[in-house]
Write a protein that binds this ligand. Structure first.
Ligand SMILES: Nc1ncnc2c1ncn2[C@@H]1O[C@H](COP(=O)(O)OP(=O)(O)OP(=O)(O)O)[C@@H](O)[C@H]1O
Ligand SMILES: [Mg+2]
Length: 235
């Protein structure tokens, strides 16, 4: 079981990264995300927000500094161990949903339980059903993604990200492909579900209004993360 309410879930220290043949995207990024903490990252297009989430998830190795996920330094792990750690500790919500098109909503939500837990098929189905019901989609569990609206697909993706009770949710503009009303509802649902499960949230958004509803707002600028809360309280 994941420990809640204490400790640091994600720690980035002196993180640096550049794509091959390109300039530096990240330089000296520091961030400590406490268990259960909800943090927004804002910043201009191309400033490196998605890159940062990729590094945090261990999908891309940093070329300077360290990433610690649930207390484990990613650099000390081989690829299989890194993948396992990500599957157990992280849930990811993408802007474009990324559901598996040939699986039903329920099968999509069952998948992380298959990859990250030892639960048997019946228990996986039961847990996934409960999680789909929690996002209001119990009645549509048999539908494939293309038979769902964008907002519904993102709700399935939220259920999939949370179903195995990871310590951390990484969300990259999760409402970016939705109209503002649907986006608001999906954002509220994501926050409610994050709160209900007690996991930490690191969320990238272009909306200052949505960002302001989290515990802390960081701005990605010049390859670094600036804490905006400090500035706001100084005003
Ligand atoms: N695979 C890649 N190869 C080379 N350069 C890349 C690659 N992916 C991103 N970049 C570059 O890295 C920089 C940061 O990109 P990133 O996608 O992290 O920005 P972002 O802050 O998420 O932007 P947006 O708000 O538009 O999503 C950009 O200059 C981008 O062009
Ligand atoms: Mg991005």
């Amino acid at each position: 079981m994941v420990q809640r309410g204490s400790g640091v879930v994600l720690s980035l220290a002196g993180l640096g990264f550049g794509y091959p043949g390109e300039g530096r995207v990240l330089q000296g990024v520091d961030l400590d995300l406490a268990a259960g903490e909800r943090v927004a990252i804002v910043g201009e297009s191309g400033s490196g927000k998605s890159t940062l989430l990729h590094l945090a998830a261990g999908l891309e190795p940093a070329d300077a500094g360290t990433v610690r996920l649930a207390g484990q330094a990613l650099a000390g792990l081989d690829e299989a161990a890194r993948t396992r750690l990500r599957r157990v500790q992280v849930g990811i919500v993408f802007q474009s949903f990324h559901l598996i098109p040939t699986l039903t909503a329920l099968e999509n939500v069952m998948l992380p339980l298959e990859l990250a837990t030892d639960l048997g098929a019946a228990q996986r189905r039961e847990r996934a059903r409960a999680q789909l019901a929690a996002v209001g989609l119990g009645a549509k569990e048999g539908r494939e993604p293309e038979q769902l609206s964008g907002g519904e697909q993102q709700r399935v993706a939220i259920a999939r990200a949370l179903v195995h009770r990871p310590a951390l949710i990484l969300a990259d503009e999760p409402t970016g492909n939705l109209d503002s009303r649907t986006g608001e509802a999906v954002f509220a649902l994501l926050l409610e579900q994050v709160r209900a499960t007690g996991c930490a949230l690191l969320l990238v958004t272009h909306s200052d209004a949505l960002a302001a509803r989290l515990d802390r707002v960081l701005r990605m600028q010049d390859g670094q993360l600036q804490d905006l809360a400090a500035r706001a309280s100084a005003r």
